[in-house]
Design a protein around this ligand. Structure first.
Ligand SMILES: CC(C)(COP(=O)(O)OP(=O)(O)OC[C@H]1O[C@@H](n2cnc3c(N)ncnc32)[C@H](O)[C@@H]1OP(=O)(O)O)[C@@H](O)C(=O)NCCC(=O)NCCS
Length: 217
């Protein structure tokens, strides 16, 4: 019989006991919830540990994939996730070029954080034969990466920034800004966080627009 008046949430992973993190997660803080379907692509060589580290109260939902790849040849690869970070279902986190996710970051379902790519410049014609490219990604405290967004290598996402669902982030994102689209562009600022010089720049642009439109008419 169901008990009345007792809250029973389902659909988030159970608490992961210390020492029971999936193989490849080198350190995990307290009270983390790591779904059993989380997968890790890394190198388990014993002198190559400490590459994937989670803070306290991190939640990795179902089918999240953590990737550092071959850390034997690529010594720069790592993933550092701060505390109270929630990574929603099916997200793909590549730390091949280095990935820092600070505290209280939210990562939406299906987001892809891609710190590596393929060098396509010059011959040979097959990209398969080209080397990988790497660029560290840094997501600052309290940012929110919307569902199905893509963050490309080398990008820094500022504190408290919001990335709209389905966006492709190709450049750094300013703290407390809201960006959306592919490529992601500034949509607006979080209430109360608009930088003063943003107002000035906007006013100047408006004046320039008014001035030019007089001549165009
Ligand atoms: C970015 C977001 C938070 C903005 O919400 P909002 O403050 O209500 O913004 P608005 O609806 O007022 O949109 C402002 C403008 O940005 C555009 N916009 C908003 N979200 C967009 C998106 N994801 N992609 C492209 N454009 C977007 C709107 O069309 C609007 O453009 P306009 O001024 O030309 O009409 C929201 O649209 C969003 O994408 N949320 C993510 C949801 C999600 O991923 N949930 C998963 C939970 S983990």
């Amino acid at each position: 019989m169901e008990s009345e008046g007792v809250q029973k949430i389902i659909g988030i992973p159970n608490m992961t006991p210390p020492g029971r993190a999936p193989s490849g997660i080198d350190r995990m803080g307290i009270d983390c919830r790591i779904a059993q379907s989380v997968s890790v692509f890394t190198d388990l060589s014993c002198n190559n540990r400490g590459k994937i580290v989670l803070g306290d109260q991190v939640i990795l939902m179902d089918r999240v994939r953590l990737v550092t790849g071959d850390t034997w040849t690529n010594r720069d690869a790592f993933i550092t996730i701060g505390s109270k970070v929630i990574v929603n279902v099916g997200a793909y986190l590549s730390g091949e070029g280095g990935l820092i996710i600070e505290d209280e970051v939210l990562i939406g379902p299906g987001a892809k954080i891609l710190s590596a790519g393929h060098d396509y410049k010059g011959p040979p014609e097959s990209i398969y034969r080209h080397p990988l490219t790497y660029g560290r990604i840094h997501i600052e405290k309290g940012a929110w990466i919307g569902a199905s967004s893509i963050v490309l290598e080398g990008v820094r996402i500022g504190r408290g920034a919001v990335i709209g669902a389905g966006s492709t982030v190709t450049k750094d994102v300013r703290a407390f800004s809201i960006v959306a689209g592919s490529p992601a562009r500034l949509v607006k600022w979080r209430d109360g966080y608009r930088p003063r010089h943003a107002n000035t720049a906007e006013k100047l642009l408006k004046r320039l627009y008014n001035f030019l439109s007089q001549w165009i008419r």
